[in-house]
Design a binder for this molecule. Sequence first.
Ligand code: FES
Ligand code: FES
Length: 236
Amino acid sequence: MRHINVPNKSNPDHEPSEAIKPSRRRFLQSAAAAAAVTAAPLAHAQQPAATSAPPPPTPNTAAPLMPVKLTINGHAYDMQLEARTTLLDALREYASLTGTKKGCDRGQCGACTVIANGRRINSCLTLAVMHDGDSIVTVEGLANAQTLTLSPIQRAFIDHDAFQCGFCTPGQLCSATALMDEFRAGDASAATADVRYRPPQLSDDEIRERMSGNICRCGAYPNIVAAVKTVAINKA
Ligand code: FES
Ligand code: FES
């Protein structure tokens, strides 16, 4: 039986009649049910994490470590290093030998020069794992630790005032030390007039050429050449 809302003249406040009350109840019940259905997905989304899908696994970005044995300035070092660790970082960050400087970190300045198995190298350009078992000499190893005396090159640098800020000096000293050995072994350079013969002594041009991989931003080149020449003449 359909109920129609007819104005009741006997009821001046237009209170709904008893006949329409069931319709209002049904309307409210329907609205409540709709709200419950709408809220259901939200309630599901707010479930505790324990019942939701597990997060994707975090990728393991740590590189595996590799054993590296170095003899540095006569002392044995056993290190565990990532394969990507440069020899320069191994010296500075793992062996705590910070005398070797990081200037450009790309083989352009020579501040990182060390001596590996008797040859001077830019330690920023080579990986530590490639030197497993090698003997490395850094600026800390040039002086005689027993007698506490500087090497001839170190003494000459002081005597000739061959530095200003000193940042390039460890590399210059290692480079000049190896230069002496290379010269005595008969190695030629781009400045050697006749590569079949070792020059009788190091000229300024020879020294400049052989030290050209070491940049000095303070411009102490004339004094560096003088220091190297002094040692070369005394050792020739
Ligand atoms: S730091 Fe190695 S060459 Fe500059
Ligand atoms: S002394 Fe300063 S860069 Fe060489």
